[in-house]
Design a protein around this ligand. Structure first.
Ligand code: 13P
Length: 339
C-alpha cells in the first residue's frame, strides 16, 4: 500500500493502540533521571530508551508510534542497530518532536508561545530521511488570573497551523498539541472554557492554512480540575465534559485524538480514557500519547541498573496493556491489582 498522510494517521490510532511519548528534551529527561538518581548521560538515555523499544510485546500490541527527541532519532542501540529500526521492526512508527519549546511571550507576562518554525522545512526533510513519519509540536496554555489572553491562544494556534502545513508538505503527519495545563486552582469548568476557546482557534487556523484534517492527529488535554482545585471532578465527569468539549470543537474529519497525561496519576490517565471509550458515540478514535503515564513505572523499576531491565520492561508492558484496553473501553480497575 502506498503510504499517505491519511494511512499513517489511521495507523497511529489503530484499535487498541496508542503512542509512546518518549521525546523528553535533554532538560526534561534530566529531571526524570534526577528523580531516580540516574545521571543523564547520552549512554544512560540510550540504554533507557532502548529497553522501552525492545519491550516487544508492548511495542507490537499496544504502541502504534513513538515520539522521539532529536538525539534519539540519531542514536544506535548497544549492538549498533539504529533505535529507529528497533521501533520499525516492532511494527511501530517513528515520530519526532520538532518544536523548540515554549518561550516567554513578549508583552504577555506569564504566557508562552512555542518557537521552532525557522528552518523547519529543512529539518523535516532530514527527519523524513531518518525515518520519521509523524511529528509533534506542543503549545502551552496556562490558566491563572487574567490568562490565557486571546493573543496567546491565537499566536500559538497560528504557529501550530504553520507547523502542520510544513509537516504535510514533507509527507509527515502532524500531531497538533495544544496543552491547557492542569497546574493551578481552577475548576474543571474553567478548563472546559479555555480548552474550548483554544480548540476553536486551532481548528480555525488549521483551516486558514489549508491543513488536511484527515492527515492530522490532535493531542489535547482532557477536561480536568486544576491540581490545586479543592473540588476534583470524578472519572465520569471528566469523561463526559471532555467528550462534550470536543464534540463542539473538533471536526469529524480528524481520525484520532490522542491524549497527553499532563501530570495525572497513571491510573487516572487510564481510567479517564477508558471511561470516554466506554461512553462512545463520537466520530474519532480516542487513544493515548502518554509520556509520564507510560514511563513513570518503568523508570522507577529500572533506576539505572542493567539487572532491573526485565522488571522495567514488565512495568512498561503493564501500562501499555492497560492503556491499550482503555483505548477500547475494556479496562477495569481490577486488572491493575492483578499486576
Ligand atoms: P505527558 O503524558 O507526560 O504529559 O507527556 C506527553 C507529551 O508528549 C507532552 O508533550
Amino acid at each position: 500500500m502506498t503510504e499517505t498522510l491519511e494511512s499513517i494517521a489511521q495507523a497511529m490510532v489503530a484499535p487498541g493502540k496508542g503512542i509512546l511519548a518518549a521525546d523528553e528534551s535533554s532538560g526534561t529527561i534530566k529531571k526524570r533521571f534526577d528523580a531516580i538518581n540516574v545521571a543523564s548521560t547520552e549512554e544512560n538515555r540510550r540504554d533507557y530508551r532502548e529497553l522501552l523499544f525492545r519491550t516487544e510485546e508492548a511495542m507490537k500490541n499496544h504502541i502504534s508510534g513513538v515520539i522521539l527527541y532529536d538525539e534519539t532519532i540519531r542514536q544506535k542501540a548497544k549492538d549498533g542497530t539504529p533505535l529507529v529500526d528497533l521501533i520499525k521492526n516492532a511494527g511501530s512508527i517513528p515520530g519526532i518532536k520538532v518544536d523548540a519549546g515554549a518561550k516567554p511571550m513578549a508583552g504577555f507576562p506569564g504566557e508562552t508561545v512555542t518557537e521552532g518554525l525557522d528552518g523547519l522545512r529543512e529539518r523535516l526533510a532530514e527527519y523524513y530521511d531518518l525515518g520519521a513519519r509523524f511529528a509533534k509540536w506542543r503549545a502551552v496554555i496556562d490558566i491563572a488570573d487574567g490568562i490565557p489572553t486571546n493573543a496567546c491562544i491565537e499566536a500559538n494556534a497560528e504557529a501550530l497551523a504553520r507547523y502542520a502545513a510544513l509537516c504535510q508538505e514533507a509527507k509527515i503527519v502532524p500531531i497538533v498539541e495544544p496543552e491547557v495545563l492542569m497546574d493551578g486552582t481552577h475548576t474543571a469548568d474553567r478548563c472546559f472554557e479555555v480548552t474550548e476557546a483554544t480548540l476553536r482557534a486551532v481548528f480555525s487556523r488549521l483551516a486558514l492554512h489549508n491543513v488536511n484534517l484527515e492527515g492530522t492527529i490532535l493531542k489535547p488535554n482532557m477536561i480536568v480540575s486544576g491540581k490545586k482545585c479543592p473540588t476534583q471532578a470524578g472519572v465520569e465527569e471528566v469523561a463526559e465534559k471532555t467528550i462534550a468539549c470536543f464534540k463542539r470543537t473538533v471536526p469529524a474529519a480528524i481520525p484520532g485524538i490522542v491524549f497527553l497525561s499532563g501530570g495525572q496519576s497513571d491510573e487516572d490517565a487510564t481510567a479517564h480514557l477508558n471511561a470516554m471509550n466506554a461512553i462512545g458515540g463520537f466520530p474519532w478514535k480516542m487513544s493515548f500519547s502518554y509520556g509520564r503515564a507510560l514511563q513513570a513505572a518503568p523508570q522507577k523499576a529500572w533506576s539505572g541498573k542493567a539487572e532491573n531491565v526485565p522488571a522495567a520492561q514488565k512495568a512498561f508492558l503493564h501500562r501499555a496493556k492497560m492503556n491499550g484496553l482503555a483505548a477500547l473501553g475494556k479496562w477495569e480497575s481490577g486488572l491493575e491489582k492483578a499486576a
